[in-house]
Design a protein around this ligand. Structure first.
Ligand code: AMP
Length: 441
């Protein structure tokens, strides 16, 4: 061995040890394996639906120029007023962590010239979003959504397609107690008249409204309608309904959408107070709820003016997003994890150094044969390895000791009966396949 270079010998690492263990930011929990099991199920469902309905994937950055949301989500929305995580870069740019997907997708649609492609453009994505909210059950500061958007067509059949797609995503996840709540909030032609009626209706009731609604009366009167405060509920009951003020175009749009939903046999109810929290919605708005715990699983609607607001040409569009954590919550409760499909087919038990040396290549041999086997390479005792095989519910153990490693054989142990057989190593994948095919397990 040559001498170590002087600077390496003398180099002394100065580690500053913290006195306490740090925590993740409030409302931003780590995602551990228990949740990941359900999340992957959700992602697989989403990917399958995207393939079937022909949506292309889009990934936008987690940070956007704040303007995207100030203009897109809208200055009077709760998100922009209270829930944005904003930062200033060393270069002086104002950026925000994305609180939703739609404005960024439209920004990307414009920036990348996707409007030149044949319309409508169908895009989907999933990923983390950030809102500064009071964390509670089902409400986080970092949470995930999956999102589908159809850009460039005003036909209500696309509103129905988006609703159908989200409804099917829940059905595919075996959530069946669902209700679609749907409403229309009109367009720039008819909504001002409804606004006027709402203003005069709530004017005489202003003092009875909660402080938030008193503010909403001035900034965005529609939001009074989806206030959750108990005291405001009776005041909303007789409020003027958009349905009574719709222009012909919006009326026909809503009527046709409902006909599509009827045709599909989807369970829906018109909710006159559903307006959704964002400034950009026009015509259709909807939410899908699971009815056992009355949780809103997804929400969306039509946003025909957003592309113009963000600097493009008039481009009607419709989309929606579903919250992944809420879905995980629902799935966890209803579908406990011991799912037969997630058991390894066999468990590899290695005894001694020689066997251990062969362990990785045996694992690779099974991967190539498309047979899922589990292992615990670090454990030495046979007992603890077999105990783990049992805990994972593997129907077989594959035991490799010194003798088998030398003979190129392996012991196949039936975990239930304890019966063991010696099999040639190069025949073992075939043998296992045969046993599964013959329904022995
Ligand atoms: P929104 O983007 O507010 O329309 O919400 C659509 C869906 O995302 C909701 O129905 C929830 O499932 C989910 N969601 C919204 N905000 C949060 C949050 N802070 N934490 C967890 N899930 C959320």
């Amino acid at each position: 061995m040559g001498r170590k270079p002087k600077n390496l010998v003398q180099h002394h690492v100065r580690r500053q040890k913290l006195k306490k263990i740090l925590q993740a930011p409030k409302g931003m929990p780590d995602i551990l394996s228990e949740d990941d099991f359900y999340r992957r199920k959700i992602f697989r469902t989403v990917e399958n639906l995207a393939d079937y309905y022909n949506f292309d994937r889009i990934e936008t950055p987690i940070l956007e120029e704040s303007q995207v949301f100030l203009h897109g989500t809208g200055p009077t929305s709760e998100i922009v007023q209270k829930q944005m995580f904003n930062l200033r870069t060393p270069g002086g740019d104002h950026l925000s962590l994305r609180p939703e997907f739609t404005p960024n997708i439209i920004r990307a649609y414009l920036e990348n010239g996707l409007f030149n492609l044949s319309k409508p453009i169908k895009l989907f994505t999933y990923g983390p979003l950030f809102r500064y909210e009071q964390p509670q059950r089902g409400r986080f500061r970092q949470f995930w959504q999956y999102d589908f958007e159809i850009i460039g067509d005003e036909d209500p059949i696309y509103d129905a397609l988006i609703i159908q797609l989200f409804y099917n995503s829940f059905l595919d996840l075996k959530i069946k107690d669902l209700l679609i709540e749907v409403n229309t909030i009109g367009c720039d032609n008819c909504r001002p008249l409804w606004h006027k009626q709402l203003k005069s209706y709530f004017h005489s009731r202003l003092k009875k409204l909660c402080p938030d609604c008193q503010r909403r009366y001035k900034t965005n009167i529609l939001r009074i309608l989806d206030c959750k405060n108990e005291n405001c509920q009776p005041l909303k009951e007789n409020a003027p309904k958009m349905l009574d003020y719709l222009c012909r175009d919006c009326h026909n749009h809503f009527k046709t959408l409902l006909e599509y939903l009827e045709e599909l046999g989807l369970p829906y109810a018109i909710n006159h107070t559903l307006v959704r929290g964002l400034d950009y919605y026009t015509k259709t708005v909807f939410e899908i709820r699971e009815t056992t715990d009355n949780l809103a699983l997804c929400g969306g609607g039509r946003y025909d003016y957003l592309t113009e607001v963000l600097g493009g040409k008039h481009t009607p569009a419709v989309g929606a997003a579903a919250g992944i954590e809420r879905l995980v919550d629902v799935l966890k409760k209803r579908q406990p994890k011991q799912d037969g499909n997630y058991k390894p087919k066999a468990f590899l038990v290695l005894i001694g150094d020689l066997a251990k040396k062969k362990g990785l290549s045996i694992l690779e041999m099974f991967r190539k044969a498309n047979i899922w086997i589990a292992e615990s390479f670090g454990k030495d005792s046979v007992k603890s390895q077999l105990r783990q095989a049992d805990r994972l519910g593997a129907p077989f153990a594959l035991i490799l000791g010194q003798k088998e490693a030398m003979d190129d054989t392996i012991i196949l142990r039936d975990m239930k009966s304890g019966v063991q057989e010696v099999i040639a190593l190069d025949k073992i994948t075939e043998e296992l396949k045969k046993r599964f095919k013959n329904g022995i397990v």
